[in-house]
Design a protein around this ligand. Structure first.
Ligand SMILES: Cc1cc2nc3c(=O)[nH]c(=O)nc-3n(C[C@H](O)[C@H](O)[C@H](O)COP(=O)(O)OP(=O)(O)OC[C@H]3O[C@@H](n4cnc5c(N)ncnc54)[C@H](O)[C@@H]3O)c2cc1C
Length: 141
């Protein structure tokens, strides 16, 4: 273990992913969190006895989490249980219009085209393309 110490403020996805990468590189990592539990935006609240997830609504950029966990010798499947849903989010507007986002990006694209325009659907398709590089952490010597 390195003598180099790192303090990460906030145990949201950003802080936790940084902690994984830095700990793997041999830093002595301390994560401090103001809330009662880790997760940041990813948490649930009890409303009238029911647990309601506050998000994320959509698990975006999964390939980044895959790459990070693989690079430290584990996997998403080993660390958590994920249950895919067909309808990810249902949006309503006061004028009565509705937009469902689906687990199938092509279905979402078609729904966006109907709800808005072909241009918006194309933008959504571009947004869904994997982008951004992930540089795996190198293991401590
Ligand atoms: C309404 C909304 C909907 C979203 N929906 C999605 C979605 O569907 N899919 C998706 O991928 N992303 C979504 N996002 C974006 C996603 O929530 C963020 O990208 C992600 O949470 C960022 O992670 P983070 O660790 O940077 O911040 P956060 O998740 O906000 O975590 C920050 C943490 O730091 C803690 N903290 C802050 N200040 C201090 C302090 N001084 N001391 C100690 N702890 C502190 C907080 O308590 C919190 O736990 C959404 C965001 C919002 C606001």
């Amino acid at each position: 273990m390195s003598e180099q110490r790192v303090v990460i403020v906030g145990a949201g996805m950003g802080g936790l992913c940084s902690a994984i990468a830095l700990a793997y590189q041999g830093f002595h990592v301390t994560v401090v969190e103001a809330a009662d539990a880790p997760g940041g935006k990813v948490h649930s609240r009890e409303v009238n006895g029911a647990q309601i997830d506050s998000g994320p609504t959509v698990f975006t950029m999964r390939w980044v989490f895959d790459a990070l966990l693989r690079s430290v010798g584990t996997s998403i499947e080993s660390e958590m249980r994920i249950t895919p849903l067909q309808v990810l989010a249902r949006h309503f507007w006061p004028d009565g219009s509705q937009l469902d986002l689906s687990a199938d990006a092509r279905e979402s694209e078609a729904a966006i085209a109907l709800w808005s325009s072909g241009d918006e659907a194309r933008r959504f398709r571009d947004f869904c393309k994997p982008h951004g590089n992930f540089t795996p952490p190198s293991k401590a010597r």
